[in-house]
Write a protein of this length. Structure first.
Length: 151
């Protein structure tokens, strides 16, 4: 496997703009039904932990770890890998790093969210012990998101 470097986005760091742009590009490629603007990504970085994975200098994946809150009492770990870079262990590395971080946040377990049309992402989550708990569609969308909980 190519060596993977995972870089954490520090929103207070002026040099974070490139990481935020890479994170946004990957997010929007994987979730085309809910693309984010740059200002929305900056806002997410202020409340969540965002990481970007690089292999041979190229951005290949990203992850989000949301802390538990009133709406979702579990920590949420979401890993995304661009299609051309899947099945090389990058998703596993991102997921394991995110899961380790999520477990430091407390809460009532761990969840993930996958776009229903992302069959590879759903298989990835199910293979790691997640079970589906909910499907929902964002306003104006037609493809549901699937919430899964780690058992």
């Amino acid at each position: 496997m190519t060596e993977l470097r995972i870089a954490r986005v520090d929103p207070a760091d002026p040099s974070a703009a490139a990481l935020l742009a890479d994170w946004r590009m990957i997010h929007n490629a994987i979730i085309p039904t809910a693309p984010l603007r740059a200002d929305q990504v900056r806002e997410r970085a202020a409340r969540n932990t965002l990481d970007v994975a690089y292999a041979d200098g190229a951005a290949v994946g990203c992850s989000t770890v949301r802390p538990p809150d009133e709406e979702t009492p579990a920590a949420t770990v979401i890993s995304r890998v661009l299609p051309g870079h899947r099945r090389r262990g990058f998703g596993t590395a991102l997921y394991e790093a995110g899961l380790a971080h999520a477990r430091t946040l407390g809460g009532e377990g761990v969840e993930t969210v996958v776009l229903a049309s992302n069959e590879e992402g759903l298989r990835f989550a199910l293979a790691r012990g997640f079970v589906e708990t909910e499907r929902y569609v964002l306003p104006g969308d037609t493809v549901p998101f699937v919430t899964l909980r780690l058992t």
